[in-house]
Design a binder for this molecule. Structure first.
Ligand code: NI
Length: 230
């Protein structure tokens, strides 16, 4: 599923994020990538240990979990702490596939914890007219998709897809990016749950009768119970 989630950040939150990120210290983005990615990655990131990265990342995590569309589409079990990147001066990230298993941050001395990346998310923090290039190109079973969204909006897409970020030839493209492990591993099952949920919501809004809504809601939860791996 490729899904545009509008207004993850409101205008006040977006303005504050942009102000803080404009004054941030950026490091080479190759710090957080394997050897396959390092050959094609040319961008900047906030260092993983930076207090700003942690604070804004926690805020993004909380906002997406509270966003009804994001939540229904991803059914998050784990969210990797969001990172922030910046592409400028020809910065690009050539075709690559994201890592499939990622280490979650743990306190020193605690056992290692890992998550599976089912879904990738990019939250755009610069307006499309502020930069040239920087399109996110995603290859899935239906072909190639080009994504460049308004600031404050997010795209979610399968982590299994090949993707790239086109070179930014003017201005700067700033974004947050992160991965989600879903309670429902299979994308087709997740899509069916999302569609069923959307139908229940719109039938409720249209004033459908309670007995039928209750039966559909029970089916939703019983499918989720059957498919969730917790
Ligand atoms: Ni990627």
């Amino acid at each position: 599923m490729l899904l545009h989630v509008p207004d993850v950040l409101n205008a006040e939150q977006l303005a504050r994020f942009r102000r803080e990120l404009a004054a941030a210290d950026w490091v080479d983005g190759r710090e957080t990538v394997g050897s396959q990615g390092a050959q094609v990655k040319r961008n900047q990131q906030l260092a993983d240990g930076s207090p700003l990265r942690q604070r804004l990342g926690d805020e993004v995590s909380a906002l997406v979990r509270a966003n009804p569309v994001f939540f229904a589409a991803t059914l998050p079990a784990q969210i990797l702490p969001p990172r922030f990147n910046r592409y400028a001066g020809g910065g690009t990230y050539g075709f690559h596939v994201d890592g499939s298993v990622m280490a979650l941050p743990t306190p020193t001395g605690a056992p290692m914890q890992q998550m599976r990346s089912d879904i990738s998310c990019t939250l755009f923090l610069a307006e499309p007219e502020e930069y040239d290039g920087g399109e996110l190109i995603i290859h899935d079973t239906y072909g190639e998709h080009e994504v460049k969204l308004p600031a404050g909006d997010a795209i979610i897409y399968p982590s299994s897809s090949l993707h790239q970020v086109n070179p930014v030839t003017r201005g700067a493209r700033v974004a947050s990016f992160f991965w989600i492990q879903s309670l429902v591993r299979d994308p087709a099952q997740r899509q069916m749950l999302f569609d069923l949920d959307a139908s229940v919501q719109s039938l409720t809004a249209a004033g459908a009768d309670r007995a039928n809504l209750l039966r559909l809601t029970a089916i939703y939860h019983n499918l989720l119970r059957r498919w969730a791996d917790t």
